[in-house]
Design a protein around this ligand. Structure first.
Ligand SMILES: [Fe+2]
Length: 196
């Protein structure tokens, strides 16, 4: 069920934000440019390893950021599209990430959660910028479960990170578009499922 709070979060995610670029997609004003541009047909989002820290059945929530949580607030979202750039709704988007100190919560569900893309293919989470841990650059893990078709497991990366060049599985096709400042960040990524 969509609550008033959900609608407000959605409005905040997709409303105009000062200082950021905008793209019009199906009449919606989205922060930042689409990643990458839609053409006749697009390659599907690359798959990546799940890694050792996935916990099944995370809670359904779009807000992973707790009131006392350390770290720079991050609003991350975008679209889920098929290979012909059509939005895909009802996709379970499941994310998990390290906290600001680079630690995963492997006992509970802190900084873990899922929600569903809406009828326009939009997804979004309120979270924090993940911390870095040894051996990896900064990243967020994601699984997308479409109503039909294969699960996509991958990771998202952040631009201008010194660790990107040293990370053996980093893939620039998985870079988010980034905006904001040192007090709050906003990031966009459009997933392309291998359907359509
Ligand atoms: Fe990780």
């Amino acid at each position: 069920m969509t609550t008033r709070r959900d609608l407000l979060l959605q409005a905040a995610m997709f409303s105009a934000l000062p200082g950021l670029g905008f793209a019009q997609t199906r009449g919606l004003s989205l922060p930042l440019e689409p990643t990458p541009a839609c053409g006749e047909s697009r390659d599907a989002t690359p798959r990546q390893t799940e890694g050792p820290f996935y916990t099944p059945r995370p809670p359904q929530t779009a807000n992973l950021r707790e009131p006392d949580m350390a770290g720079i607030p991050l609003r991350i979202g975008g679209l889920v599209l098929d290979r012909r750039c059509r939005p895909v709704g009802d996709v379970m988007v499941d994310v998990w990430q390290a906290d600001a100190a680079g630690q995963y919560d492997n006992a509970g569900y802190r900084l873990r959660g899922h929600q569903f893309s809406d009828g326009d293919g939009r997804w979004r989470f309120e979270t924090i910028l993940p911390g870095v841990y040894p051996g990896r650059t900064r990243h967020i893990h994601v699984k997308l479960r479409p109503p039909r078709g294969d699960v996509l497991t991958t990771q998202l990366y952040f631009p201008d990170e010194p660790g990107n060049a040293r990370d053996r599985i980093f893939d620039r096709r998985l870079l988010v578009q980034m905006g904001g400042d040192e007090t709050a960040k906003i990031a966009r990524y459009d997933f392309v499922l291998d359907v359509g």
